[in-house]
Design a protein around this ligand. Structure first.
Ligand SMILES: Nc1ncnc2c1ncn2[C@@H]1O[C@H](COP(=O)(O)OP(=O)(O)O)[C@@H](O)[C@H]1O
Ligand SMILES: O=c1ccn([C@@H]2O[C@H](COP(=O)(O)OP(=O)(O)O)[C@@H](O)[C@H]2O)c(=O)[nH]1
Length: 236
């Protein structure tokens, strides 16, 4: 039995690269889709927010002298490309997925309409939210918190490069240790940067827990959905 009826899964764009330097690695995206298929087979309703860091990051463009908001719109377009690739891979794997975008590109992808998204989820379709929040100066982590709250997900699952939340950035501090669970207040007070502060604050206000776990660890998503000990739970 899954521990959650409905989940919002945040997949990092960078995770789609696999061992490549940029873009979408075929074997990696197929593996991820199969992991999502496993949890849908458990009877869990799945919505996905996909990042775009494997193609473009607004902050990087901004730092390069580009207008930050313009760079962010490019980043949002990158998430649309990833969402289309993800949805198509799901189709190839025999799943039914629907991509909905926060930015209007009507010929390419249907717009995000909340009741429609809820309907798809009830029908057992996977819904992929593209375009982040639709606003510059935000991230797809915040989009995950926002859509998670909107669809009434019981948890936001952040599948990322680290296997949980650490006392400090484990890439910079080798002595950092992993929390089994941590409260929002502590995560915000200690400025733990595994999620951005806006996403943390939104989830805290909505009492929406977040589970952080490794995207590279096979079977981790299923274990999380089954309520097993995996990753770090950020709770109220
Ligand atoms: N306290 C912390 N615990 C875990 N990871 C942290 C922490 N502080 C910073 N990080 C960093 O956060 C990164 C994951 O966040 P992010 O770059 O937003 O990933 P994503 O591309 O999945 O959105 C990790 O690579 C890790 O190095
Ligand atoms: O609501 C949003 C979501 C994303 N972005 C842009 O899209 C890029 C890709 O998203 P993100 O960095 O969150 O992707 P990930 O880290 O998951 O690959 C960001 O850098 C931003 O430039 C944005 O402007 N608003």
């Amino acid at each position: 039995m899954p521990a959650y009826k409905r989940i919002l899964l945040k997949l990092s764009g960078e995770a789609l690269m696999g061992d490549d330097a940029y873009g979408i690695n075929r074997a990696t995206i197929v593996r991820m889709v199969r992991e999502v298929a496993e949890v849908t087979q458990l009877g869990c309703e799945v919505a996905v927010v996909i990042g775009g860091g494997n193609i473009f990051r607004g902050v990087a463009g901004g730092a390069g002298g580009m207008d930050r908001a313009t760079a962010d719109y490019m980043g949002m377009m990158a998430t649309v490309m990833n969402a289309l690739a993800l949805g198509d891979t799901m189709r190839q794997e025999g799943m039914t997925a629907r991509v909905m975008s926060a930015i209007a590109i009507d010929q390419v992808v249907e717009p995000y309409v909340r009741p429609k998204a809820l309907q798809y989820l009830e029908e057992g379709k996977v819904v992929i939210f593209a375009g982040g929040t639709g606003n510059p100066f935000f991230t797809t982590d915040t989009a995950a918190a926002l859509r998670g709250a909107e669809i009434g997900a019981q948890v936001v699952l952040k599948a990322t490069k680290v296997d949980g939340v650490y006392t400090a950035d484990p890439k910079k501090d080798p002595t950092a240790t992993r929390y089994a669970s941590v409260s929002f207040d502590e995560a915000i007070a200690r400025n733990l940067q595994v999620l951005d502060a806006t996403a943390f604050a939104l989830c805290r206000d909505q009492k929406l827990p977040i589970k952080v776990f490794s995207i590279f660890k096979e079977g981790a998503l299923k274990r999380v959905v089954l309520g097993e000990d995996e990753g770090t739970l950020v709770h109220v």
